[in-house]
Each structure stands twice: as C-alpha cells, then as structure tokens.
Design a protein around this ligand. Structure first.
Ligand SMILES: C[S@@+](CC[C@H](N)C(=O)[O-])C[C@H]1O[C@@H](n2cnc3c(N)ncnc32)[C@H](O)[C@@H]1O
Length: 263
C-alpha cells in the first residue's frame, strides 16, 4: 500500500477512535484541563495575530531560495529551487498547529525552549512569540532558510538563537548550554533512528514538567514506529496523539496513559 493511501486510512481510523475534543470520556483532570484550556482555545490573542500577519505575508513571498536539501526523504542530488511561499506551504506548521505550539508554551510557562528543524522560521515565530523572556535555540541545516527565519523573527522583535548545521553534529553541544528543557519541538530529520536519537539526547535535560512535541508522527512507517517507542518509554507518563503531532508529558503524578484526541 502506498504511503499516501496508508496516511488517508490512518486518518479515518484516527477520526473513528479519537476521543471527543470537548473532553467527554477523559478521566485525567490534567488532560481535561489541557483540552479545554489549550487544545480548544480559540481566543484571538493579540500576539498570535501579529504572527498570523507575518505568516500570511511570507506565504505569498516569491523570493527564490536555492539550496541543498537535508534530512529524511531527500532524494535530489541537484540543489532545490523553491520560493519562500512554496517552502511554507509544503512544510511549515499551519495556523492551527502553530497556535497550538504558542498556547502550550504559554499555558505551561515554558522558558527553556528548543526547536529541531527551523526551516524558514514559521514555527519558530509561533514559539518565540509565546514568551518574551526565554532561552530559545532553533537548529536548521540549510543556511538559506535560516536567513529568512532571521528576517521573520526580527520583524516580530523576537529573541531566538539560531544554530546552522546538521542536528546530528550540533545537538549535543547545544544541549550543554541548557540546564533544563521545558519545551522541545522535534520537526527536523523525520527518520525513526534520528527521531529516537534526538529524543534520548533531550531526555537527559527533561524534568517533571517538560513538554515534548513531535511533528509528523504518521509521516512514514519509521515515524510511526518512533512515536510508539517514544510513548512507551519508561519516563513518559502521558502521550496525546493529535494525528499530525504527538505530545508527551513526564509528570510523575500522572498514571501512564495514551490518548488519541480529536483536534
Ligand atoms: C518540516 S521542516 C521544518 C518546518 C518548520 N518547523 C516550520 O513549521 O516552519 C524540516 C526542516 O528540518 C531541516 N532538517 C532536516 N534534517 C536536518 C538535519 N539533519 N539537520 C538540520 N536540519 C535538518 C530541513 O532542512 C527542514 O527545513
């Protein structure tokens, strides 16, 4: 079965088995609050509106980037030639998921933040906008994309430390500069091996209240396997499957549970 068909069938399965988004049938008070106050929150926050404006502007951008691709699914030997707008439409978070990143960080008051896979900085803007005084590092392998991310974050007056290079080479050193990690967004190099490797590195800096977010958990068989292994890790207490993204929590006060939530 091809991957697209499998993705569609998995989506139907997800819609059938996902718990209702209004929180019915959820016994964990922590998760119930999360659904009501974060997942279902539709308030038009002023900070979010500013990110939406920039998002809209750059989605229309015809500026061409010529670059060598990096990461899972890379099959081209020739450089890529795509407009910034095309890159955003193809691979950035949309407004719904970007707002989720923003709301999670705000709700849990996360201050030490790490992003793997900046691209042109759309998710970066949602993350950085959530909290003003933060220690935020974002790693990306393509310098041409980071140049756009820098433009976007400076337009929004955001404070982000960019690291340009392969996550495989840069992650360990980047983690040395963190005492702890409150929030990690995994969105670069979607192979099973890399995702698990990055997860285990970041686990060393996690704490009871850390939140880890994995993007594209159903992007491939390897990513599905990585997600299964991550949610079953002994340190993970609660996992929340939103179909595209998976959230994990380490809180010892929670009992080990996996939820599939309609989002
Ligand atoms: C799905 S995109 C990220 C999208 C971005 N988070 C957003 O929502 O706007 C994944 C990015 O990870 C980068 N990437 C993939 N593998 C990488 C690696 N091993 N090291 C550094 N960057 C990598 C790619 O260049 C690409 O820009």
């Amino acid at each position: 079965m091809n991957q697209r068909l499998k993705y569609a069938l998995n989506f139907i399965k997800y819609r059938l088995f996902a718990k209702h988004r209004k929180g019915h049938g959820i016994h964990s008070p922590f998760l119930f609050e999360l659904i009501i106050k974060v997942l279902n929150d539709k308030k038009a926050d002023e900070d979010l509106k500013k990110v939406f404006e920039v998002y809209k502007k750059y989605k229309k951008s015809n500026e061409i980037l010529v670059y060598n691709e990096i990461g899972a699914g890379t099959s081209y030997t020739r450089p890529k030639r795509l407009s910034v707008g095309e890159i955003i439409k193809k691979s950035s978070v949309n407004k719904k998921y970007g707002s989720l990143l923003f709301r999670l960080i705000k709700y849990f008051n996360c201050k030490d933040l790490l992003e793997l896979g900046t691209s042109v900085g759309i998710s970066t803007a949602f993350i950085a906008r959530a909290i003003t005084k933060s220690n935020f590092v974002s790693i990306e392998g393509v310098a041409e994309k980071v140049n756009i991310a820098k433009k976007i974050t400076s337009e929004l007056n955001l404070n982000t430390n960019f690291i340009v290079g392969n996550i495989n080479d840069k992650l360990e050193a980047a983690l040395n500069d963190f005492e702890k990690l409150d929030f990690v967004y995994f969105d670069g190099n979607h192979t099973k091996e890399s995702t698990l490797k990055y997860f285990h590195f970041c686990l060393n800096k996690s704490h009871n209240d850390s939140v880890f977010v994995f993007d594209d958990i159903r992007w491939s068989k390897g990513m599905e396997e990585a997600w299964t292994e991550i949610k079953n890790n002994k340190n993970v207490r609660l996992s929340v499957d939103l179909y595209r993204m998976g959230l994990i929590f380490f809180r010892e006060e929670l009992s080990k549970e996996h939820y599939i939530i309609k989002f």
